[in-house]
Ligand binder design. Structure first.
Ligand code: ATP
Ligand code: MG
Length: 203
């Protein structure tokens, strides 16, 4: 047997072992239900990942709702695309811009509450397959929304519905009730090297 053959055999055996492990795990994951996903952390990629799932769901003709909790003044490509090409997507934006721009706490709270009033019916409607609550963690961090109310709505949503929450932090109670929690770690970000936010990449 040549050295190459030995390498190939070894690789094949390793792959077979790996496949058996993966198959066993797939076999174990037998529960069919919607999942709650939290995308958090300081790195770039939380909202864009959420919109990746929107695209996936739309590919299967699923019903999608998107509620954005802070970005109102900066138009984004995903907003433009969904509004122009996906009228079936229920899209709502808080629309007051970033908090450090408004500096108006009671105004922010009213806007957060009004936005929550759009999100809640989606979380209660079994016809929605996927609901994205973009930048929602900040509403909890600033205590603009009552945490128990929000967690209850996520917990009690229709069993087949998936929900994606994005934003830094969010707190341990939120993490506790979510099925999947991913923290996007910042290794570096172009902005810190003075590169301007880029159309199609950052917004
Ligand atoms: P994205 O929408 O690109 O997935 P995100 O949702 O992970 O980003 P946000 O904090 O919501 O992160 O960021 C919104 C905007 O800020 C985007 O333009 C993004 O590129 C930029 N951004 C994200 N992370 C950082 C960072 N660590 N430093 C500077 N800008 C950032
Ligand atoms: Mg974001």
């Amino acid at each position: 047997m040549s050295a190459d053959d030995r390498k190939n055999d070894k690789h094949k055996a390793a792959m077979q072992k790996q496949k058996a492990k993966v198959d066993a795990r797939i076999e174990q994951a037998a529960t069919e239900r919607g999942v709650a996903v939290l995308l958090t952390g300081n790195g770039k990629g939380k909202s864009s990942s959420a919109f990746g799932m929107v695209l996936r769901a739309l590919g299967y003709g699923q019903k999608v709702g998107v509620v954005q909790f802070i970005k109102g003044q900066q138009l984004s490509g995903e907003e433009i695309y969904l509004r122009d090409h996906c009228p079936q997507v229920a899209f709502y934006q808080m629309g007051t811009g970033f908090t450090w721009n408004t500096q108006d706490r009671s105004g922010d709270i009213a806007a957060a509450e009004a936005t929550w009033e759009k999100a809640l019916p989606m979380l209660q409607d079994p016809s929605f397959d996927l609901v994205v609550l973009d930048e929602m963690t900040y509403m909890l961090a600033y205590k603009y929304l009552d945490e128990e109310k929000v967690l209850d709505a996520i917990r009690n949503r229709p069993p087949e519905q998936s929900v994606v929450v994005t934003g830094r932090g969010g707190g341990s109670a939120l993490q506790e009730i979510m099925d999947t929690v991913s923290e996007v770690k910042e290794v570096k970000h172009a902005f810190k090297a003075g590169v301007k936010a880029r159309q199609g990449v950052d917004f």
